[in-house]
Design a protein. Structure first.
Lengths: 223, 223
């Protein structure tokens, strides 16, 4: 599903270069539940943003489902994201003026799946707060709306940035069960960032980052 | 430090009443590291907001360091917060146009502790990103700036809403060590929300919430 060859992501801050990713090499097959782990600041969110076409590498090659993302222009990246990618952001990024249900429906409509919205919201345990605005939701509830919104698209690639970070253990496992079900049932490819060492081991593949480099790729315990 | 008697927090959404807290009774001594746990949506953030004077109870009595918060007006609550409380928000709430260091310094200046800002930022491991804006920081880095900003005030009461939620285990433990040090060294009272069951046990006192009620108050393993 994903091939990264010597991928770098650099930011310029004044006259200092910040190397968020330094020469990442990676090959991930489709339909797997990939877990991305590593310390704070090691480049996990950056990795996800590149895989989802939300950002472009400074150098190197990045292919997802055979498409060369590093060559695409804005319009092509937007199209790629819309069709293929569901994103659960680390900061949720919900539309503040829309209710929980409307936030999910907004995406459901884009893919002609209007009625799926209410079902997906129920699947993450939020039927009872469907008409709350984000500001009227708890942190974990906002996170689950973000997850529902990404899932309702039935994307080929789900990029989840610490999707259980604001959830208690029980709720987090319920959510993971959902993601696993979609992976096994519909062949969805998942790349999930987590710093929960227990959840990390539950993936098919565990990719470990440190200081912008991949230092290990190992099978998880799902295997 | 804190006495809550039959505290309720209710929200009106259309014609539906949401009971975020339903008759909470609690007595917590000062200088303790109190951990607040419970499922997503159980009322933890609401509890913290009331203790910090960011919000007012709908009914009931709430006394912190002997002051009756439920009787205070806006000006009195603002003064209470400014003098006594350091808050680490679940969503960080950094000033987006100020750098990491400036965000911390803003608060340090309020309490005449200007030079403490750089030291506190270093204590949470962020000296190397002091001049990044929040949008140029990773999730865990933003969270640590929020922690530094709360600590630099040397508050009597530190309210931390899942302060390690975006951190890997190692970094999270470093941060907790910092909070513990402040508690033992300067008698700071801490109320920390976490859904990490291991960290939860490290408190002096563990308060368990469910559906807006306190269902258990027990000693932690720090005792
Ligand atoms: N302004 C509001 N209007 C209506 N309901 C609200 C409002 N704020 C919070 N709630 C509801 O009150 C309940 C408790 O919210 P709170 O944020 O305290 O939960 P929490 O324990 O912090 O959850 P989490 O672990 O997910 O952060 C939630 O069910 C939420 O939907
Ligand atoms: N726009 C930017 N400009 C400059 N530096 C940046 C920018 N965005 C990210 N960085 C830096 O790049 C590094 C990697 O960031 P990234 O968000 O990928 O980390 P992360 O692994 O997701 O961390 P966390 O676990 O804390 O969320 C960080 O040190 C961060 O300060
Ligand atoms: Mg991140
Ligand atoms: Mg909360």
């Amino acid at each position: 599903a994903l091939v990264a060859r010597d991928v770098w992501k650099q930011y310029l801050l004044g006259d200092v270069t910040v190397n968020a990713l330094r020469g990442v090499n990676l090959q991930l097959p489709a339909g797997r539940f990939v877990v991305l782990v590593g310390p704070s600041g090691s480049g996990k969110t950056t990795m996800l943003n590149l895989a989802g076409g939300l950002d472009v590498p400074t150098k190197g090659e990045l292919l997802v489902f055979g498409r060369r993302l590093n060559d695409m222009n804005e319009a092509q990246l937007t199209e790629y994201r819309r069709r293929e990618v569901g994103f659960v952001f680390q900061m949720f990024n919900l539309v503040p003026t829309l209710t929980a249900l409307e936030n999910v429906r907004l995406v459901a409509q884009l893919v002609g799946n209007d009625d799926l919205a209410a079902d997906t919201l129920a699947a993450v345990g939020l039927a009872h707060v469907a008409d709350h605005l984000p500001s009227q939701l708890s942190g974990g509830e906002q996170q689950r709306v973000a997850i529902a919104r990404a899932l309702v698209k039935q994307p080929r690639l789900l990029l989840a940035d610490e999707p259980t970070g604001a959830l208690d253990v029980e709720t987090g496992l319920e959510v993971l069960g959902l993601l696993w079900h979609e992976t096994r049932k519909r062949g969805m490819t998942v790349m999930m960032v987590t710093h929960n060492t227990i959840l990390a081991r539950l993936g098919d593949i565990v990719v470990r980052l440190r200081s912008g480099q991949v230092i290990e790729v190992a099978p998880g315990e799902a295997v």
